[in-house]
Design a protein around this ligand. Sequence first.
Ligand code: SAM
Length: 286
Amino acid sequence: MKTEECLQRIGDDLWFTEIDRNNLKIDYRIKEVVYRENSPLQEIIVLDSYDFGRMLVLDDAVQTTSGDGYIYNEMISHVPLNIHPSPKNVLIIGGGDCGVAREVSKYSNVERIDMVEIDEMVVRTSLKYLPEVSGGKPDPRVNFIFQDGTCYVKENRDYLYDVIIIDSSDPVGPAVKLFELDFYKDVYDNLCKDGLMVCQSESPIFYTEIFTKIYKNLSSLFPIVKPYMATVPTYPGGFWTFTIGSKKYSDVNPGKFDKETKYVNREIIESCFALPNFVKEELGII
Ligand code: SAM
C-alpha cells in the first residue's frame, strides 16, 4: 500500500503513476480521486482520468478502466463462450470489477453465474463508482461468493461448470495462487467432462515466464490449450494474452455472433488465436 508516491501533484496537474516491475512507469493525468479506501486485503482507488475515464486501481495496479476495460472483459468472456457449444453453468474467479459477469449475462442460455471474488469491497466499489464497466446492477443470475477462489475450487463438490473464467489480478498477494498448477488441477476437477477454462495470462513481452508457465501447466492437464491475444492499452506494454484449457472443444461455434459488444465480433474471435512468431517461439510451438 504505497499509493502516496503514486499519486502526485505536478504544478496544477494530478498524476497517477503505475510502476511495473520497477522497470516501467506509466503516467495518467487525473481529474480527481473519486474513491479511496483500504479493504482488509488491498487499497482500492477509483480515479477519474483524462484519457481513460474512471479507473479501478488495486494496490497501485490499474485493473480496468471505462475507456478500455471492455476490450479485456469481452475477450475473456465471449471467446470461451463461443467455443463451448451450450454453456449453462459458468464460474468466474476474481472479476471484482463485474465486467466479466456483465458480459456473461448477455447469454440467455447461461442459467447460473457463480462469481467467487476474494474482496467484497471491490465488487461494491465497482458497482457504485464504475458503472461503465460493471453495469451498475448485476444480473439476477449472478451469485456472488466472497471467498478465496483457490479454496472454492478445492472445496466445491456441488456444481460442475461448463466454463470457468479466471479474471485475476496480476500474480501478487492473494492472486499468486491463481497462477499455480495445484489451482489449475482443482479448476480442471470443477469442469464438466467437456468443459473449458480461460485465464488472463499476462504480457508475452514483459511477463514471458508467467505466460509460458501457464501454457506448460495447462498443457499438463488439458488436451487442448489455446492462447489468444488482444491489445489493452492500459496494461503494461498493451499486448495481452489469455489462455484457454479445454477438455473437448477447440473450434469457434458456427453461426452469427449476435451479442451487443464494443470490441468483439465473429472476425475477432476467429482471428485472435493467430500468434506472432516470437510468441510461438516462447511456447515452443514454432
Ligand atoms: N482484469 C483485471 C486485470 O487483468 O488486472 C483484473 C480484474 S479483477 C479486478 C481481479 C480481481 O481478482 C480483484 O478484484 C481481486 O480482489 C481478485 N482476486 C485476487 N486474488 C483472488 C483470489 N485468490 N480469489 C478470488 N479473487 C481474487
